[in-house]
Structures are given as structure tokens and as C-alpha cells.
Ligand binder design. Structure first.
Ligand SMILES: Cc1cc2nc3c(=O)[nH]c(=O)nc-3n(C[C@H](O)[C@H](O)[C@H](O)COP(=O)(O)OP(=O)(O)OC[C@H]3O[C@@H](n4cnc5c(N)ncnc54)[C@H](O)[C@@H]3O)c2cc1C
Length: 529
């Protein structure tokens, strides 16, 4: 069963190696394991529902706890401590567009607001229930999860918007196709959620982000149904799909979507390369992006992330890698690049070309391909470490942005410095490390993970997180980065949105929302307030 207060299936644990625990302890100090409430204890704190009864609504306290929050770090603190939680008054599981429409009518009649809920994997507060004078109903779309049409001639498919990634991909694989959208939250995040947050998968270099895969949709809005046909290409004025992408549940509830699919690849391989110097590795990656080599994924870890990854690997793996590094003279500043190549047999030649480009910057493939295959097999397991670290008394969270190549080094340093120094006044150490994973000819995403110690009191842990998040976000904006490359805006990035959209731009978004949802029924307070 899915964990209600952490990541993943509760039958799956991700123990950390003793080497990784020792490394973290030596850098941050001993962990401060918290005392968490269990589901029954939190469910007891759920107040009576204010929602007018309706056959589509469930007011069971456990359901309301499970839909109170997403997966952001503040969400985890609130769920695990039971502090600062507001619960939806009811949860609905519509199984048809008509049922969604009925919920919109219900909201109009009763003044309730509705929060569309896909997989609840938001990491920026998209599905958080905010205190409100009027009832709040969370609309869980998991029953809209059917494959409605697969056009194997045109390479398109229509799915119910609540289908989670793993299910969607398996339905396509059965028919010889793939969507190729693999966010790390793939197990639980849904097609509708991907569209509503402008999500990006790990192999977006090859398949494209959701904006390239998303061809059309049907939405139910308070102003009526909105159908966006899946044209092959069109110059008929503004593309309304762009309004829906990143709409964060504010404009309408997506009930189904058409996506562009690809035949399953004939060939796919992931390899690890080591570089002696990080700056050289960044140059190599830039060359790969600008030469438009047909790689499908790329993840360049900085030296600290490389060291953390190595400390987390098995003894056998560490031995092979350390011998390889010793023999090649790669020291502490060396770093690991994982590269994937995906496609038809023709892309085998990409490998040779890739090796040449990377070798030009000192990049050497680790023999045996273990790093690449380990990444590929463990790609959806890493988030389980969030639970493990929490239980050991450490916090882990991420910040992400994208900037052009000329500003990349300064932005990465600026964000890491902001985090590293963020808790210096209370003598707490913060450990930041970064990877580049989505590269473009003009720039790259920057994805920084940071660890710090939990405090004995949840309120103090939240304060520490807030200080760090604000400092990192200010650094991102100061360096001209976007406030989010892939996670969206929700609550946590809202204050920084004006820097890239301008006040007029924000008014434009509010105006579109007011046109489709004049009463402000849908997900109020998210994206723009
Ligand atoms: C461990 C972890 C790893 C992650 N990795 C990635 C990653 O690699 N790439 C990435 O892009 N993101 C990643 N994320 C963030 C998150 O998974 C994405 O934002 C995802 O797109 C959210 O999908 P969801 O179905 O869970 O949506 P939810 O979290 O349920 O909702 C997100 C927003 O979308 C709206 N929404 C959802 N469904 C609909 C619908 N049918 N109609 C209208 N609005 C809707 C909601 O109202 C809300 O505003 C990660 C999150 C976690 C916890």
C-alpha cells in the first residue's frame, strides 16, 4: 500500500549503506530522529466535515488525511508531526467527465472549492489544503485511468488523465509503444498532473518534455467543457494547449489527454564516464548538447554528489570504481557522468561519436557499464531514501532551475553557497550537491540536493527549511534562472514568479483563470494568488 506520510510503497525500504551513513554523520553531526505520529493518531485530529452531503463525496477521516498534502518537505513535516495540517472536508473519486461536471455544479451550488489531485506527488505545495471559510473538496482523478484509444498508425494515444506513469507505460508497452516520459515520481504521478505542472522526464532530451508529448485534451471547467483537439500541427492562432500546460489545476480539470507516442526503442544503453575535473565535464556535456548528439539522458554529478553516490554503492561496486579511479589518476575532484543512448540500431554509431567527444575532455568510460545499468535499475528507487534519511534524523530536499551555459557556473555556485551558509548562524551544517540532467543547446537545468539535520521540534525543522528554500530561491532569481525547470510553482515558488512573468504577466494568468473559473473554485491560492 502507498505510504501516507512519505514516498512510495510501504513494503519497500531503501536502507543506506553504512559508508553513506558514516559520511553524512561525519559532515552534519549525529542525526536527530523524530517521533512521528501514526495514521490513526492523525486521523483522530480530523474535524467534522463542513461539506454538504453528496453521493460523490467521502468524508472518511483517513481519506481526508491521505489527501491533505503532497510530497514537499513541508508536507512531510506536517504529515509526520500532525502539526499545521488542514484537511479537505471531503474527497471525491469521479469516474467520468460527467461526474467531474457534477462536482463543478456541486461546488457552484454550495460554494465549495475543488482541488484536482492526480498522484499527489507535487513537491511545491500544489495540492495542499489551505485554511478556508468554505468547504474544500479534493477531487482524486485516479478512476479516470483508462486507455481510450491507441492509433498505431498516427502514433497517438488517448488516456484518462488520472492514469499513473507506471500504468500508462505498461499499457503502451503491451502494444509495442512508449510515451518516454519518466519523471522520478513515475510510479505515482499522473498524466493530468504532468500536464498541469509542465513536467519533465529523465529522458526528455530524446522524447521531449510533456509539452512536446501533449497533443490535446478534454477539460471540465466551471465555464463549461473545453476540448483541445489533437492537431498534428496548426498555425490557427494561439495554441490553447499552452494555457493548460502549467495551469496547476486553476483553469479546469483535465479528464483525458491525447499524447504522442513512439515505438519501444530497439536499442537502449546507459554508461558511466569519469572526468578528472568538473569544469571539463561541464564543457563536454555542453558540446554533446550543442552538437545535438542523439543521447536520451545525461546526468553529470558534481564531485560531492559523485562522492555521495560512491559511498552509497555496494562494497563490490565501490572496489571496482575506486580501482578504476586510482589506475587513471582520478582524485577527489573527479566526477561521474551517466549518459543514455536510445533509439533504433542506427544510434549505435552515436556511442562511438559520444566517446570521442567525451574523451576530448578527459572523459573515460568505466568498464563493465555498472554505473549506467545501476542508474537505470535504481532510477525510481532514489526517492525512497527520503524516508530512510528522515528516520535517521536528516532532512533532504532539492531545488532546481535552468540557466544558459554562460551563467551556469555562477548560478550553481550561488545556489550551493546560499544553502551551505544558510544555517551558519545556528551552527548547523548544510550539505549541498548538484547534477545537471536536462541539457539544451543554449543551457542546462541545475538540480541541487541538500541535506541538513532535523531539529527536535518540527516547527524548528520547518523554519530551517524555509530559511534554506528562500535563500536558494533568491540566489536562483539573482542569477537570472527560472524559479522552476520542472517542479512548477504551487505555493512554494509563488513569491518568486513575478521575476520571470512580470506583474502584467501574472495579471494575464489571473485573467484567464477568471474567464474559465469566475468564482475561483479551482485550487484557489496556487500558482497565482
Ligand atoms: C520523489 C519525486 C520525484 C519527482 N521527480 C520529478 C521529475 O523527475 N520531473 C518532474 O517534472 N517532476 C518530478 N516530481 C514532481 C511531481 O511528480 C510532478 O510535479 C508531477 O507532474 C505531479 O503529478 P501528479 O499527478 O502527482 O500531480 P499532483 O501532485 O496530484 O498535482 C499537481 C498539480 O496538478 C494539478 N492536477 C493534477 N491532475 C490534474 C488534472 N487531471 N486536471 C487538472 N489539474 C490537475 C493539481 O491540482 C496540482 O495543482 C517529483 C516528485 C517527487 C515526490
Amino acid at each position: 500500500m502507498r505510504r501516507w506520510n512519505g514516498w512510495g510503497d510501504d513494503s519497500v525500504d531503501a536502507p543506506m549503506s553504512s559508508g553513506a551513513i558514516a559520511m553524512i554523520e561525519s559532515l552534519l553531526g549525529p542525526g536527530c530522529p523524530p517521533v512521528d505520529l501514526d495514521l490513526t493518531q492523525v486521523a483522530r485530529t480530523v474535524p467534522a466535515s463542513r461539506a454538504a452531503p453528496h453521493p460523490l463525496l467521502i468524508d472518511d477521516p483517513t481519506e481526508r488525511v491521505r489527501h491533505a498534502r503532497g510530497q514537499s518537505f513541508p508536507d512531510l513535516i506536517a504529515l509526520r508531526s500532525g502539526q499545521g495540517l488542514t484537511f479537505p472536508d471531503a474527497v471525491a473519486y469521479p469516474d467520468s467527465p460527467e461526474a467531474v461536471r457534477e462536482l463543478l455544479h456541486y461546488a457552484e451550488r454550495t460554494g465549495a472549492s475543488l482541488i484536482p489531485f492526480g498522484g499527489g506527488t507535487s513537491v511545491v505545495g500544489h495540492v495542499t489544503v489551505l485554511p478556508s471559510e468554505t468547504p474544500v473538496v479534493t477531487v482524486d482523478l485516479s478512476r479516470l485511468s483508462d486507455l481510450r484509444l491507441l492509433d498505431s498508425t498516427s502514433h497517438t494515444a488517448v488516456f484518462g488523465a488520472g492514469i499513473p506513469g507506471a500504468q500508462l507505460e505498461s499499457r503502451l508497452r503491451d502494444r509495442g509503444f512508449t510515451l518516454g516520459h519518466f519523471p522520478q515520481s513515475f510510479e505515482y504521478s499522473t498524466l493530468g498532473g504532468w500536464i498541469a505542472t509542465r513536467s519533465r522526464g529523465q529522458q526528455a532530451i530524446h522524447y521531449g518534455g510533456i509539452e512536446r508529448l501533449f497533443a490535446g485534451a478534454s477539460l471540465e471547467t466551471p465555464a463549461g467543457p473545453l476540448n483541445l483537439p489533437a492537431h498534428v500541427a496548426s498555425s490557427a492562432g494561439l495554441d490553447l494547449r499552452e494555457l493548460v500546460l502549467g495551469s496547476e489545476g486553476r483553469l479546469g480539470i483535465i479528464t483525458s489527454a491525447t499524447v504522442r507516442i513512439s515505438p519501444t526503442p530497439e536499442f537502449e544503453q546507459f554508461d558511466g564516464y569519469f572526468f578528472a575535473e568538473y569544469d571539463q565535464a561541464v564543457e563536454a556535456v555542453r558540446m554533446v548538447a550543442q552538437a545535438r548528439l542523439p543521447v536520451s539522458m545525461l546526468r553529470l554529478s558534481d564531485p560531492t554528489e559523485t562522492a555521495v553516490n560512491l559511498a552509497s554503492s555496494t562494497a563490490e561496486q565501490a572496489e571496482v570504481t575506486n580501482r578504476f579511479r586510482r589506475e587513471r589518476g582520478f582524485g577527489r575532484s573527479s566526477c561521474l557522468l551517466i549518459v543514455g543512448v536510445t533509439g533504433t540500431g542506427v544510434v549505435r554509431t552515436t556511442h562511438r561519436h559520444l566517446e570521442q567527444v567525451l574523451a576530448g575532455y578527459g572523459g573515460l568510460a568505466v568498464p563493465g557499464g555498472t554505473h549506467g545499468s545501476d542508474w537505470s535499475h535504481g532510477r525510481f528507487r532514489a526517492p525512497y531514501l527520503r524516508n530512510t534519511l528522515w528516520e535517521l534524523g536528516y532532512a533532504v530536499d532539492t531545488v532546481e532551475t535552468a540557466v544558459d551555459w554562460s551563467r551556469l557556473a555562477a548560478t550553481r555556485t550561488g545556489v550551493e553557497d546560499a544553502l551551505r551558509d544558510g544555517l551558519a548562524d545556528i551552527g548547523e551544517v548544510v550539505l549541498p550537491f548538484t547534477h545537471l540532467s536536462h541539457v539544451y543547446p543554449t543551457g542546462s537545468s541545475i538540480y541541487t540536493t541538500y541535506l541538513f539535520r532535523l531539529a527536535p521540534e518540527p516547527a524548528e525543522t520547518l523554519r530551517r527549511w524555509t530559511v534554506l528554500k528562500q535563500a536558494a530561491s533568491r540566489a536562483i532569481v539573482a542569477h537570472g534562472g527560472t524559479i522552476s525547470h520542472q517542479h512548477g510553482v504551487g505555493l512554494d515558488h509563488q513569491a518568486f514568479l513575478v521575476a520571470e512573468k512580470s506583474s502584467l504577466g501574472l495579471d494575464l494568468i489571473r485573467g484567464v483563470a477568471a474567464q474559465l473559473d469566475p468564482a475561483g473554485t479551482l485550487n484557489p491560492g496556487k500558482l497565482v494568488s
